[in-house]
Design a protein around this ligand. Structure first.
Ligand code: 3MF
Ligand code: MG
Length: 346
């Protein structure tokens, strides 16, 4: 049993989190599972054992009907719910999205599910609900009217925000998780900028309830810089949650262990979070690879957490004044060298 991982001098909430879906059976689009599927609720003690303090789940993994059972099990193993999220992608009824489906009955169902998920978020004790854009998008041009789709997203989020505000005040905050593609060829809310723009179009009395949940790999599969995405969210006061992982270039979404591919940029990310005194939960969205044996299913969490704590500690030691001076002297290359020195100790 690993004692819970904590980050030195982290502002606000400490401890790390991960999704129950991170410990999946290893299926991919080309082949079935390679491990026996572990029942969702039994994944909670596994997350705790691996040093996590928070768990996250979708509504198809821990439905409202299982919320009491999940809460009890989580309490027993000292885990808290970090975030809950309605899935608009798993059920075939959402094959063309939820809020942006061309079918009014599907849009209605999506809203009902989202409102129910708000209730479950509160029941599980989480204060953040995430919307991942999932199947909100299109594969064929003109299959949807993009302007109507955007208006439908505004209407949908307004309705969910108003529901939550009336019932729970400011208790639940919503994090939009952008992704550029996969499973759709083109997704609405593809990047942080689109998400922030959407928030700016929401009803003014609920805008403060909406922010972002940027994920490392989602920025990197679009070739975007994740550190800048995070800086933009912070500048907007909208970094409500964070999903950390790694991505090996612009290819399919890999959900690799955090810190694996771009450690220098990940150390810089830690600096940005430290300097902004980010108070929210830090969660991994990583995938136990299908080649790992069942007994090693938690390796992906340990590797992510160890890489993060290492990089976080290196970041604490970076001399901010020195960076400022190098910026003033127009020495960008020297900054890169100094960061490498801090990382590699050379
Ligand atoms: C997909 C994801 C999702 C989201 C989740 C809610 C399955 O690329 O990252 O995980 O993280 O739906 O946040
Ligand atoms: Mg994610």
């Amino acid at each position: 049993m690993q004692t819970p991982y904590v980050l030195n001098h982290k502002a606000g909430i400490n401890g790390l989190g991960a999704g129950v879906w991170n410990l999946g059976p290893g299926g991919d689009p080309f082949g079935g599972p390679t491990r026996e599927a572990i029942p969702m609720i039994d994944r909670l003690p596994l997350l705790a054992e691996a040093g996590m303090s928070f768990y996250e789940a979708h509504d198809h993994e821990i439905p409202a009907s299982d919320a009491d059972k999940a809460k009890k099990r989580a309490d027993e193993c000292g885990l808290k719910c970090g975030m809950y999220t309605p899935s608009f992608f798993a059920d075939s009824v959402f094959k063309d999205g939820g809020m942006t489906s061309n079918d009014a009955a599907v849009r209605k169902l999506a809203l009902e599910n989202a409102k129910r998920a708000v209730d479950t978020t509160v029941q599980l004790g989480a204060s953040v609900m995430v919307f991942w854009n999932g199947r909100e998008g299109f594969d064929f041009i003109m299959a949807k009217n993009g302007r109507d789709s955007f208006k439908r997203l505004i209407e949908g989020f307004n309705a969910v925000g108003q529901y939550s505000k009336e019932k729970y005040g400011d208790k639940v905050r919503f994090g939009l998780e952008p992704k550029p593609n996969e499973p759709r060829a083109n997704m609405y809310l593809a990047n942080v900028g689109e998400g922030l723009y959407l928030i700016s179009r929401l009803d003014s009395d609920i805008q403060h309830l909406f922010g972002m949940n940027p994920e490392t790999a989602h920025s990197r599969i679009a070739g975007l810089d994740y550190v800048w995405d995070i800086e933009l969210c912070l500048e907007a006061g909208k970094l409500f949650h964070i999903h950390l992982n790694a991505q090996d270039g612009q290819r399919y979404d890999q959900d690799l262990p955090f810190g694996y591919t771009e450690p220098l940029k990940d150390m810089a990310l830690c600096m940005v979070l430290q300097d902004a005194q980010y108070e929210g939960i830090i969660c991994f969205d990583v995938k136990a690879p299908r080649t790992d044996d069942p007994k090693n299913i938690q390796d992906v969490l340990h590797v992510s957490a160890k890489n993060l704590t290492w990089l976080w500690n290196r970041a604490l030691e970076v001399d901010r004044k020195k960076i400022e001076q190098l910026r003033a002297d127009n020495r960008a290359t020297a900054i890169a060298g100094y960061l490498a020195e801090c990382l590699y100790g050379c």
